[in-house]
Design a protein around this ligand. Structure first.
Ligand SMILES: Nc1ncnc2c1ncn2[C@@H]1O[C@H](COP(=O)(O)OP(=O)(O)OP(=O)(O)O)[C@@H](O)[C@H]1O
Length: 575
């Protein structure tokens, strides 16, 4: 929690003002019972109406001052806590944006969303409480005890017995609820995960008639969370009545012993009335403490989760001393590269070496899971190689600022990802200042012009979340066009033609060849037809290079390639 509160630095002045206003409010609260005691003793008992009016007006003034202080402190407190929420959300967002894919794999997106939303709201709520209570509760408690003692020393003994009992109860309850609140946060994560999977996979769920199964899965998680909430609330439910019981018992005892003391002339009525009020104020301040102690563990669980994200150092960071930009352009080289995913037993790629020159098309082919995507993910440094080196333009990618590296690359991922916005905005994603001609040309090459012109507003047509109002092939073509707009040195296509029909695939590759003549093109593909005319084909088998060469060379020299070809092409095509 304290670590989280370091983010409050910009609000130091506001917090000091809040503390001052709260201090004044507590002082006014503590002063009122003494004034009331004066009215009783010096006004009512002596029937001095003038004194009653005068002191009454004074009391009103003090009370009004207290209310104004409370309102200003409340207003400032709300601003500070909401501001803290904003700072934390920004920090998490910035940190997550810098995460390498390893960190994404480790956390998972559902929990990152819960941490950025729900957890921060927890912190916000508790912050308002802490700001309000942190000073008010102890000050009222200590001030109240002091004033009560001042009114009557003997009656203070009742408080000396009741307060430790209250504190013990608070301790017992909070030590029980802290771990349960941690569980609540974890269970919320699980609900979010199921919800996310259901929303994104709704088509699959319907197609497989799994609606009932998913309902049951959600219901189980929902019930689990509800049960935990009920459990914790049950414990909490005991707390309030216990507190109230003790408070009422204290009042009864104070009145009982107080009236006896008045009887014997050891105490006056005003002092007793003031004492009762101070006893109440002390108890209520402890109640406030309880509320805080109940909320803090929950916020602590949220704070731990937020701190975990904020303290996770991205594995992939820019070099301290980047190498000067290379004069060469479009060279990619793998030198004995081995890479293993965290937690995986085997390397996803082992000892891979090859080099690629500008003006060449290099294709990577292999069975599913052979490591094709893994291999090309190392070029833009989505992951770092464990052994060996990946060089772009002769410089190790680890020695290059990420922005400079990624500016060189036009990456088309396996799964076309588009963003909410117009077609034009999506195509400009990598180059905002692209001219209209550049946008249209890229769409022409990607064979996307035709379907874009058929859309209701052409290039200004809106795409829904993730481009859901487009077909798979249309999405792929837009995502290819988006990379083409940037005119990078190196194009990387990760199985980006898989959703296209053969005719469009062939037309697109022909147009692409013309358009990217001077660039370096790396294509990952499953279809032999897509890679056949590449200048160089790299055949991957279980993460290792099984062969490198042209189509005809590999047909002669590489068994794995022959098998892939045989499974896809007819005898005549092979001949
Ligand atoms: N994020 C990840 N965490 C752990 N293991 C992974 C991860 N991504 C891929 N793998 C594993 O690494 C291996 C290679 O996967 P990769 O995605 O590179 O294969 P691929 O050749 O591109 O397959 P496909 O053609 O089916 O896309 C697989 O065994 C896969 O299970």
């Amino acid at each position: 929690m304290l670590k989280i509160y370091r983010n409050l630095k910009p609000y130091t002045v506001s917090i000091i003002m809040i503390l001052v206003f709260l201090f004044l409010q507590v002082m006014s609260d503590l002063y009122l019972p003494t004034l009331m005691s004066d009215i009783v003793n010096n006004g009512i008992m002596t029937k001095n109406i003038g004194y009653i009016w005068k002191t009454g007006e004074y009391m009103l003034l003090i009370a009004a001052g207290g209310v104004i202080c409370a309102v200003v402190a409340g207003f400032l407190g709300a601003r500070v806590s909401v501001g803290l929420g904003r700072i934390l959300r920004n920090r998490i967002f910035r940190r997550v944006e810098n995460f390498s894919l390893h960190e994404f794999d480790r956390f998972g997106s559902s929990t990152l969303i819960t941490r950025t939303t729900n957890d921060i709201i927890q912190i916000q709520t508790v912050t308002i409480m802490i700001i309000n209570m942190m000073i008010r509760a102890p000050l009222t408690c200590v001030g109240g005890i002091f004033q009560a003692y001042h009114q009557d020393r003997t009656l203070t003994l009742i408080l000396a017995i009741a307060l430790p009992v209250l504190i013990l109860i608070i301790y017992l309850v909070t030590s029980k609820v802290v771990p349960i609140f941690r569980q609540v946060q974890r269970k919320l994560d699980r609900i979010n995960l199921i919800l996310r999977e259901n929303l994104t996979g709704i088509r699959v769920i319907r197609a497989f008639n799994k609606i009932d199964h998913e309902k049951a899965r959600f219901e189980t998680a929902n019930k689990d969370l509800t049960d935990t909430y009920i459990h914790v609330n049950r414990i909490m439910a005991v707390l309030m009545p216990m507190m109230m019981l003790i408070m009422n018992l204290v009042t009864v005892c104070v009145l009982w012993f107080g009236s006896k003391r008045i009887d014997t002339g050891e105490m006056n009525l005003g002092a007793l009335m003031a004492f009762v009020q101070y006893a109440m104020q002390i108890m209520f301040s402890l109640l406030m403490f309880v509320m805080m102690f109940v909320m803090i563990p929950r916020a602590q669980a949220a704070a731990d989760r937020i701190n975990e994200v904020l303290s996770t150092e991205p594995e992939i960071i820019d070099p301290q001393l980047p190498e000067p930009a290379a004069a060469e352009k479009g060279y990619v080289e793998f030198r004995n590269v081995t890479f293993r995913y965290h937690g995986a037993e085997q390397s996803a790629i082992q000892n891979v070496s090859f080099s690629v020159k500008p003006g060449e098309t290099t294709a990577i082919i292999g069975g599913t899971g052979s490591g094709k995507s893994t291999l090309i993910n190392l070029i833009p440094r989505f992951y770092d190689a464990d052994e060996g080196q990946v060089l772009v333009d002769g410089i190790d990618v680890k020695a290059m600022p990420q922005e400079e590296l990624r500016n060189k690359i036009g990456f088309v991922p396996q799964k076309a990802r588009l963003f909410t916005g117009t077609v034009d905005e999506n195509l400009r994603y990598g180059k905002e200042d692209a001219s209209e001609d550049e946008i249209r040309h890229a769409a022409d090459v990607a064979q996307a012009s035709e379907f874009i012109s058929q859309m209701s507003d052409g290039y200004d047509s809106m795409l829904s979340e993730g481009g859901q109002n487009l077909s798979g092939g249309q999405k792929q073509r837009l995502s290819i066009a988006r990379a083409l707009v940037r005119r990078p040195e190196i194009y990387v296509f990760d199985d980006s033609f898989s959703a296209l029909d053969f005719k469009t695939d062939a037309k697109l590759r022909a147009a692409l060849k013309k358009d990217t003549q001077k660039a370096t093109v790396i294509i990952v593909a499953q279809r032999v037809g897509t890679v056949m005319d590449a200048d160089r084909i790299i055949v991957l088998d279980e993460g290792s290079v099984a062969g490198i060469g042209t189509h005809s060379e590999l047909l002669k020299s590489c068994g794995v390639y022959r098998e892939i070809v045989a499974s896809q092409l007819s005898e005549e095509e092979l001949a």
